[in-house]
Ligand binder design. Sequence first.
Ligand code: ZN
Length: 500
Amino acid sequence: MTTSHYAEFERVTRQYHLLGSIESLLDWDQETCMPPRGVKQRAEQLALLAGLAHERLISDEYAAALRKAETNGRGDDWPSATNVREMRRRMERARRLPTELVRETAKVSALAKQVWARARRESRFDLFAPPLERLLELKRRAAELIGFEGEPYDALLDEYEPGARSADVAVVFDELRKTLVPLAAAIAKAPRRPDVALLSRYCPKEPQAEFCRRVAAALGFDFQSGRMDVSTHPFCSGTCPHDVRITTRYDERFLPAALFGTMHEAGHALYEQGLDAAHAGTPAGQSVSLGIHESQSRMWENFVGRSRPFWQHWFGPLTQQFTSLAEVRLDDWVFAINHVRPSLIRVEADEVTYGLHIMLRFDLERRLMTGKLAVRDIPQAWNDGMKSLLGITPDSDANGCLQDIHWSMGAIGYFPTYALGNLYAAQFFEAARAALPELDDQFRNGHYAPLLEWLRLSIHRHGMRYRAAELVQVVTGRPLSAEPFVRYLRGKFEPLCGLG
Ligand code: ZN
């Protein structure tokens, strides 16, 4: 490897990512503290940066630097092989999309977001149908230009989950569906039911904030390399492993929103803080995919944060912090935070039914991309799907096909990563348990460092060295399957609900 050629490629790559990190800081500012009337100026700032970044990536200079690094490199070097491979993929993808198409998509989706917000408010799908139709046309064109081996949907899925194929995802989802549908139905008829009213007891905001910060710090979130703020929709962003920012939201009549929202975002943040700072600004220092990212957030939120051993440690501090919960019993609390029931809204769904919401969207999106499903038939197809998967029918399109913002943003192919996250999480967690037999005792004592260290060594420090499917194979010794997640759900919910 000619060092100077590679060093030059790395330098321009880091510059490209610096632009992106400035964008994410501006986004964070917009969501957390920007005055509302600053939005116009902010949109111009973001558009300028996005344009500069895109131009750099598709420039002849960048192509030349990449080509020199490729021709002078050795294929298996770390981190150079990873960085070259990944930047080649991104550049090719970006170059296949004409600027006019990128601009048109941005414009249509900016408009579609506004229309969607109104359509959802008034529960009128007919308002949203025309911009959605237009967005799908643009997405079909993008898929053709990007190219795919299987079906058009693959080209879009690849943006969020590099290397994933719809057909493979469908096989895993089909396997999962066979368990989820009957399990959700059995739990709905189960003899034991939680007292969920205790979740809406009054918990003032300030103590919530204090408690959430304590939990996040205990899990391993480093406040010297991160912040926690408030936003309408919780998220995790940042600029590098030493500046990772999470947000949460407080509802004084529903403590779980902040509590589990914080653990979820902290899970994303632990991944970001665990990436190797020496590789920051290059793919070797970046996360694998949205699905792998989601595996980290869901592991900390659900596999750890909704487990009995976790609360054997935290229940004392919780009841001390909130007098309204003083009389509650540990088992009643654990049962209530694990309440399973079919519901209309994805973001409020429990661990068992969540995947079914995703399968519905995945199925509709694939059919929309091939044209087998017409936009005007979405409401009916949605309601039919809800009935067959969850046994309930939405009372309105607002609580049905209009509930999520993703389609209005043109984010087709994004939803599957949420469900993949659960599957990856379960498979990783089984491997972690095998490597760390004392895990439950450690949780009972409030010790999370062993699990975090295992995640850092097995997943975080590799950056984008492996594609998601390879990483699963390397870490667990097997390809991705729905079995570990099914085992996890049965092992947890059957005893909890008094089944079997
Ligand atoms: Zn997440």
